[in-house]
Write a protein that binds this ligand. Structure first.
Ligand code: HPA
Ligand code: ZN
Length: 335
């Protein structure tokens, strides 16, 4: 049985496996510039965040109908459940779809077909977080928030993703203020490729409650002290960091040092179809490469529920936390 965990950093478009991409392409009459799934998988050699994003946006062309989004989310939830995910807070990138003529309603209602039944079908509770693309304009983010207004009963929070460097959090001050006024929770990617100052700015200017990635906080001891003091969760994605070259090798990942520093770290999969593993695979990989003890792994699982937006259901959070405490570790490669 896998370790019970919450996944808090997961882009639903990043769960598009090559097999499903070809199936959806055929269904929608979309031509992909790859002969087959093997050739597509060979394209998964990334130098940095941008080289990944290019392919990530290209493949989204196959997502056209509500059913496509439902099938995508359902496939993710099945895989996540099999790896012990009990609760998932799922990012989506509406601007990437709106730009292709796919409406907000198609995306949200489609995802909801799977999320709305996820508990009974997969045993996974879910929340949706709408991300803004930081390499698009602030005005576009505001328009996107406007387009989401009819669907806010299905959207828990907002996030900020895509190309980080050169697009500091302050660019999105206004849309974050507007989202806060609507009662939305706030997170942002910061300190993945961008400098530690972006983490500080995301906290101070955007009022975020969690930092996605946040790896580069380790370059600024005063920032680490603040994150520890304020118990700001960091949603780390170890296999993503290796594939996008934020770290050289997994054995050199700062996760153990971050835990030793007292940071509230969580382990997540980011874009599992592209980065070689789902949530449990990330846990197993850090256990193997970083020699984390069972207590450290339990701490990571506990943190994932503590950092989740389950304030509307504390009873559920308590139940998940009790599952973590009761967990008995077995085979070292199944987590
Ligand atoms: N970083 C930034 N943007 C993204 C990512 C990521 O890891 N995945 C999908 N969009
Ligand atoms: Zn991400």
């Amino acid at each position: 049985m896998p370790l019970p965990k919450a996944e808090l950093h997961l882009h639903i478009e990043g769960t598009l496996e090559p097999e499903l991409a070809f199936e959806l392409a055929a269904r929608n009459g979309v031509e992909l510039p790859y002969a087959d799934t093997d050739e597509l998988r060979k394209a998964y050699q990334f130098e940095d965040l941008q080289s990944f994003l290019n392919l990530y946006y290209e493949l989204m062309a196959v997502l056209r109908t509500e059913q496509d989004f439902a099938d995508l989310a359902d496939a993710y939830l099945a895989r996540a459940a099999a790896q012990g995910v009990r609760h998932a807070e799922i990012f989506f990138d509406p601007q990437a779809h709106l730009a292709r003529g796919v409406s907000m309603g198609t995306v949200v209602e489609g995802l909801w077909r799977a999320l709305g039944t996820s508990e009974s079908v997969h045993g996974v509770s879910t929340k949706l977080i709408m991300c803004f693309l930081r390499d698009e304009s602030a005005a576009s983010a505001l328009q996107t928030l406007e387009a989401a207004k009819p669907y806010l009963d299905r959207i828990t929070g907002i996030g900020l993703d895509s190309a980080e460097v050169g697009h500091p959090p302050v660019k999105f001050r206004e849309v974050y203020e507007a989202a806060a006024a609507l009662g939305l929770r706030r997170v942002a990617h910061a300190g993945e490729e961008g400098p530690p100052e972006y983490i500080t700015e995301a906290l101070d200017v955007l009022g975020v409650e969690r930092i996605d990635h946040g790896l580069r906080c380790m370059e600024d001891p005063a920032l680490v002290e603040r994150l520890v003091r304020d118990r700001v969760p960091l949603t780390l994605c170890p296999l993503s960091n290796v594939r996008l070259r934020a770290v050289d090798v997994l054995a050199g990942h700062p996760l153990p040092a971050m835990l030793d520093a007292g940071l509230l770290c969580t382990v997540n999969s980011d874009d599992p179809a592209y980065f070689g593993g789902y949530a449990g695979d990330n846990f197993a990989a850090v256990r193997q490469s970083l020699g984390l003890t069972e207590e450290r792994l339990r701490e990571l699982a506990r943190n994932s529920f503590l950092a989740s937006f389950l304030e509307d259901d504390e009873e559920r959070r308590a139940r998940y936390l009790a599952e973590v405490e009761a967990y008995e570790f077995g085979s070292p490669d199944a987590l």
